[in-house]
Design a protein around this ligand. Structure first.
Ligand SMILES: Cc1ncc(COP(=O)(O)O)c(C=O)c1O
Length: 472
């Protein structure tokens, strides 16, 4: 039997065993991309194989090329650990085979998504009548929100970009901080604004927009304006000073969008909410489910204050699609796609299981772990923590010589740590120097994992510094 229960049972056993093995496995793939490509490449199968053989091949060939993103010491990028409760809900979504594009195709999933929309607005303490599009991630959430922004600011000056496109449209000025995330530029590219046609606002040493520079640049920008602010800089975790910049932008009638892929979740916890004061006065917010909330990939939220403008910018209508009752929320009217999976369902499962308290613990713990890690490495000669650890991000530089020597030492450390496999960390360029990035965002991480990681970093650094004589 092709879809026999034994295959499901085996698959569930494998997934559970895989997850259980992650603590012991090296936190890096054993086989690299080119090796995997070599192994997996084959021509189109002329005859199909039996289900069991397909699963065996898939698992057998891919297992050692997997990254331990769901492991307890994965700090490489801001990624969640795909909580198993979300995985179960996702299996149901696929098992049910629902298309969450509109009500008629799946009343249950459409209704559940509407419930989750309200839960998210409540947890993030954003305007309760805002609308949320369930998209693939923060990049598409940024693009969706910025499309709504484009509709709004151009309609304000009597131009309809959704009907008439951008050819001959009035010029829109887009202002953003110098340390905005790359996905914002990709979103601007996608919606026809271009990634170079922006006004860059100066930032401080943590990557926060300087309000006085924004004020000057707003004053010098005639016509429709969009300001893109940030909650959670990808390297430092810093927040733009919303209390200062939102009133400035509003005084110039600008639409204010927030890229809060992970940082917006600071709003869900009383201990961190102060970093986001005034964020609720913005016009749109992009965040992810698959990062800090631990929803399995892919899941992001495009949140727009003005539901009407959100729907207008994502219009998709045809006579064969079911008619919409006035006032009904149409899932596809808030996202770029028509057909899609029911992304709200694993979000529902995770919020249901964690509850508000569990989400607060998750975020607060990660921030405490980030501080703990920074404290444990900061006093070691030759190791410097470069950011104020205000959230879950730590950036670290190694070595004491000139910039070239320090960059070489930092790159060597990252490579050595990745080879060691106790943890996974990545690198980036920050203020012209190479840094090691540590992002604490896995629901599997515990205090002991932080201590083990810090001990490993220090031990490898001491060994390397002794060998190479790069230490003080
Ligand atoms: C600040 C910020 N914005 C946007 C994104 C893009 O998110 P996604 O990868 O979910 O599209 C990221 C990803 O790390 C991010 O950190």
């Amino acid at each position: 039997m092709q879809n026999g229960p034994e295959h499901f049972a085996k698959l569930a056993d494998y997934i559970l065993a895989y997850r259980a093995s992650l603590d012991q496995r090296p936190h890096r793939p054993e086989a690299g991309y080119h090796e995997m490509l070599e192994r997996l490449r084959e021509s189109v199968p002329e005859q199909g194989v039996e289900t069991g053989a397909m699963l065996e091949q898939l698992i057998g060939q891919c297992d050692d090329g997997l990254m331990s993103i769901c492991g307890p010491r994965f700090f490489g990028w801001v990624m969640g650990a795909s909580d198993m409760r979300g995985v179960m809900a996702d299996m149901l979504v696929s098992g049910w085979g629902q298309n969450a594009g509109f009500h008629a195709s799946t009343p249950a999933m459409a209704a559940l998504e509407e419930v989750v929309e309200q839960w998210l607005l409540d947890l993030l303490d954003l305007p309760r009548d805002a609308s949320i599009g369930f998209v693939t991630g923060a990049t598409v959430a940024n693009a969706t929100c910025l499309a709504a922004a484009r509709t709004s600011v151009l309609r304000d000056v009597g131009y309809d970009p959704d009907a008439d496109g951008l050819f001959g449209a009035p010029e829109v000025t887009v202002l953003l901080g110098q340390d905005a995330h790359s996905s914002v530029f990709s979103a601007l590219q996608l919606i026809g604004f271009g990634y170079n046609r922006v006004v860059r606002v100066m930032t401080d040493d943590q990557g926060r927009m300087l309000p006085e520079d924004l004020a000057g640049k707003l004053a010098a920008s005639p016509g429709p304006k969009i300001v893109i602010a940030q909650a959670g800089q990808i390297n430092t975790g810093a927040f733009d000073p919303f209390e200062a910049i939102v009133p400035l932008a509003k005084a110039h009638n600008a639409w204010v969008h927030v890229d809060g892929a992970f940082g917006l979740w600071a709003r869900a916890t009383p201990g961190l909410r102060h970093r986001t004061t005034a964020i609720e006065q913005c016009d749109s917010w992009a965040t992810d489910g698959h990062k800090w909330l631990q929803v399995p990939y892919d899941c992001g939220f495009a949140i727009v204050r003005d539901r009407e403008v959100h729907e207008r910018s994502m219009t998709n209508w045809a006579s064969y699609l079911p008619t919409i009752e006035p006032g009904d929320r149409v899932p596809s009217a808030l996202v770029p796609e028509l057909s899609r999976r029911a992304r709200g369902t694993p979000v529902w499962a995770i919020i249901k299981c964690l509850g508000r308290d569990g989400i607060i613990d998750l975020i607060d713990n990660h921030c405490a772990y980030a501080r703990r890690f920074a404290d444990r490495v900061a006093n070691v000669p030759g190791i410097r923590v470069l950011n104020d650890v205000v959230l879950n991000q730590i950036i670290v530089a190694f070595g004491t010589g000139d910039l070239q020597q320090r960059n070489a030492a930092t790159k060597a450390m990252i490579a050595a740590l990745q080879q060691d496999g106790t943890c996974f960390v990545g690198g980036a360029s920050w203020r012209d120097q190479w840094v090691m990035r540590v992002s604490v965002s896995s629901g599997e991480t515990r205090e002991r994992d932080i201590d083990l990681t810090a001990d490993t970093v220090v031990a490898i650094w001491r060994e390397m510094a002794e060998q190479k004589g790069t230490r003080d």
